[in-house]
Design a protein around this ligand. Structure first.
Ligand code: 5GP
Ligand code: ZN
Length: 114
C-alpha cells in the first residue's frame, strides 16, 4: 500500500527503531510510548485491521501471535508480564490502518482499564 505509514516503515522509507524482523513481521518502538516498553508488531503483508482479515490471511494471523511471543521474550517481558492490544477501528483508537499489535510492558497495569 503506497500511502500506508507502516508499509513505508517496513520498506525503510520512514525511519524507525527496529527491535525484530523476520520474513513475515517487523517490530519497532512506538514513537509516542505509553509504557516503559512500547513496541509495535506488524505483518509485512498489508492488512488494515483484524476486522479486515480474510481466510487468505489465516497463516499470517496465526503466525503473528508467535511473532508477538518472540518479541516479548527478546524484550525480557516474560517474567513480569505484558499487555497486547490491537486497536480495531477508529472508535477503538486505531489511527494507523495497517494491523498492528501494541506490546506494553515495564510497569504495573490495572485491569479493567478501558
Ligand atoms: P493505533 O492508535 O493505530 O492503535 O496505534 C498507532 C501507533 O503508531 C500509535 O501508538 C503511534 O504513536 C504510533 N506511530 C504513529 N506514527 C508513527 C511513526 O512514524 N513511527 C513510530 N515508530 N510510531 C508511530
Ligand atoms: Zn500498510
Amino acid at each position: 500500500m503506497e500511502d500506508c505509514l507502516f508499509c513505508k516503515i517496513i520498506k525503510g522509507e520512514i525511519p524507525s527503531t527496529k527491535v525484530y524482523e523476520d520474513d513475515n513481521f517487523f517490530a519497532f518502538k512506538d514513537i509516542a510510548p505509553v509504557a516503559p516498553v512500547h513496541v509495535l508488531v506488524i505483518p509485512k503483508k498489508h492488512v488494515a485491521s483484524i476486522a479486515a482479515l480474510t481466510e487468505d490471511d489465516a497463516d499470517v494471523a496465526g503466525k503473528m501471535l508467535f511473532a508477538i511471543q518472540k518479541v516479548a521474550q527478546e524484550l525480557g517481558l516474560d517474567k513480569d508480564g505484558y499487555r497486547v492490544i490491537f486497536n480495531t477501528g477508529e472508535k477503538a483508537g486505531q489511527t494507523v490502518h495497517h494491523m498492528h499489535a501494541h506490546i506494553l510492558g515495564g510497569k504495573e497495569m490495572a485491569w479493567p482499564g478501558v
